[in-house]
Design a protein around this ligand. Sequence first.
Ligand code: ZN
Length: 489
Amino acid sequence: MSLTVYNTLHRKKEEFVPLHPNHVGMYVCGPTVYGDGHLGHARPAITFDLLYRYLQHLGYKVRYVRNITDVGHLENDADAGEDKIAKKARLEELEPMEVVQYYLNRYHKAMEALNVLPPSIEPHASGHIIEQINYVQKILDAGYAYISNGSVYFDIEKYSKDHHYGTLSGRNVDDLLNTTRELDGQSEKKNSFDFALWKKASPEHIMRWPSPWSDGFPGWHLECSAMGQKYLGEKFDIHGGGMDLLFPHHECEIAQSVAAQGHECVQYWMHNNMITINGQKMGKSLGNFITLDEFFTGSNSNLEKAYSPMTIRFFILMAHYRSTVDFSNEALQAAEKGLSRLMEAYSNIDKMKVSEKSSVDIAALKAKMYEAMDDDLNSPIVLSHLFEAASIINRVIAGNDTIDQANIELLRETMNLFMFDILGLKQADAAQGGNNDETYGKVVDLLLEMRKTAKENKDWGTADLIRNKLTELGFELKDTKEGCDWKLS
Ligand code: ZN
């Protein structure tokens, strides 16, 4: 039994063999913190949380680095326009770091709600300017960058004479050269597809640092190369992110590390696929942009109701991370039902009658769950086996199957391990979103049932205590012949 992952660099599944026997270094491109997290942010976070949890379960000590992009992410991916965070700071008269902190706090809260474990290190790009300047210098020294007007650009044409630019995305540099050379005659770049390593700041640009070339700021692709190397070394195991980052971001990272160090630094490149909304790409201009907070509260016209963070997590895990996921209210409601079915079955384990003999084989089911996880983190298959476990519980309770004590314990342990530890689902939230009122009502009914029993036992003190406390909480109780009606006033 060994873990196999799909390596985007080689376009195939490969056995995962870490560089060091017991340690794994993993880098995932984190968010740009200039707005609230949306459904698109939840997917890479949950995908790599699944990997992080599973690697740890397999016994690896994992150093998980997920960066915070707080500088150099410009409005326009062609290295132009205003810095997104600086623009927000200017419009709202805030320090750029106030903008960063505000959205970072909110991002952390959303991640916690989704039960995404915090990474081992969460470095900020703005806190690693010196490392980035040193990195640019190395690329300049190697001859793969040029200075123009105080800015430094990566020379893709020069690089591609010695190395293969486009290994990850499969893009052909000759095509890039042919199609883009004539455009952009005014540019300070040699070729319009050359990307900035360092940008000279215009006078109004507020996020700026001194460097040997100009007062300016680093290019976006640079931070991941510099911080990945700083915390994980010149070679490390896994680099992950969304497929939207594959080109140009990750392609540029590879070019930077090959240019600076003479070799690629990543063993396994892993990419999660995207989320669409009713078949469309998600975007502010398309009017289908839904933040995570809006999902949790239901306050968006695209949503029929609120969905709990665990429903969102379950919904994302229902698809393999390399498949596309299409959001719709129906799909989320199906996820909600599936999740509560699993949780309910789990809570019924103790209701199963113990038999001498077992007609079910839990060890085989557990082995299948491992097999699915080892097959490139196939979470939908793991879930299908968990649903099989739920069916077993229901069949045993209905008397259609038998189970012995050892298999009951193994079933409990297996469900615990895969549902909670590996898939990262949380039981407490199962009652939230949709079932909340129902659970609430059941609790009140339970208290009234206890009051009835107390009255039958002539325990007037307890009966009055329950009535008075419920009244204090705002419940109106009305005793009837059948029992007691209640409503919340
Ligand atoms: Zn990155």
